[in-house]
Ligand binder design. Structure first.
Ligand code: AP5
Ligand code: MG
Ligand code: ZN
Length: 225
């Protein structure tokens, strides 16, 4: 990567679109830290922090955690040294207020978003993906019982950890998460489109095909930094 300025990529897409799967793969390839607001909330819950316990009450209903708490948490995370070269934001921002706060934060440090890839996938496919997802309790790696199974059932390929099902991947919560996405988060597509930052990727293709499509879209954006 030729860039000397920090690079910020922002993955937009409904729950189950593959934001986390793709961000984790591209983190290594691009040398940009994956910052997932959902993972940060789950980490807080694991450590039983006040923020984690509060966030869980929203997450289990498929609602968004209040903006002020979310913004502070992500901004703190982005100040850490491993984000010095930039970050792949996965699941943040999710409201226009979060988007404005991010713009202000980046502007204050003289940087900006490089690209906002939008992963598109139909609802039926999203529901199948979310209800079959399994996550490693130890390292957070993501699998699917059918579309991306681990070598040995219930065991993480990467670290041998135990795989579990997220409590918000129940069919009822998944339906509300989709509703909340279309109502509160999808307006961000218009916001970033108006800034010339969106690129639309067909997220229903195989994981490897989506990865390549993302790389093809991202690399020219990095070259002009
Ligand atoms: P979060 O953890 O961000 O969940 P989400 O947005 O609902 O997205 P997911 O993680 O469910 O989907 P993904 O796109 O990452 O898909 P994945 O790669 O895992 O947020 C959880 C909650 O936290 C929110 O509901 C909210 O309460 C709170 N929250 C988080 N951020 C917030 C914010 N900014 N503001 C306020 N509240 C916030 O893939 C899904 C499955 O599909 C996996 O099983 C995977 O193996 C499989 N898969 C992936 N790609 C493919 C493919 N190409 N083909 C077949 N299968 C695939
Ligand atoms: Mg995710
Ligand atoms: Zn693992």
């Amino acid at each position: 990567m030729a860039s000397t300025h920090p690079v910020y990529l922002l993955f937009i897409g409904p729950p189950g679109a593959g934001k986390g799967t793709q961000a984790a793969m591209l983190e290594k390839e691009l040398g940009l830290k994956q910052v997932s607001s959902g993972d940060l909330f789950r980490e807080n819950l694991k450590n039983q922090t006040e923020l984690g316990v509060l966030a869980k009450s929203y997450m289990d209903r498929g609602e968004l955690v209040p903006d002020a708490l979310t913004i502070r948490m992500v901004q703190d995370r982005m100040q850490r040294p491993d984000c010095a070269r930039g970050a792949i934001l996965d699941g943040f921002p999710r409201t226009l207020q979060q988007a404005s706060a991010l713009d202000a934060m980046l502007a204050a440090q003289g940087s900006q978003i490089s690209l906002a890839p939008v992963l598109t996938v139909d609802d039926d496919e999203l529901i199948a993906r979310l209800t079959g997802r399994r996550v490693c309790r130890n390292c957070g790696a993501t699998y699917h019982v059918q579309f991306n199974p681990p070598r040995s059932e219930g065991v993480c390929d990467a670290c041998g950890g135990e795989l579990y099902q997220r409590s918000d991947d129940s069919p009822e919560t998944v339906h509300n998460r989709l509703y909340v996405y279309y109502k509160q988060t999808s307006p961000l597509i218009g916001y970033y489109y108006a800034h010339g930052l969106t690129t639309f990727i067909d997220g229903s293709q195989a994981i490897e095909v989506v990865r390549q499509a993302l790389l093809d879209a991202i690399q020219p954006a990095l070259a002009v930094q």
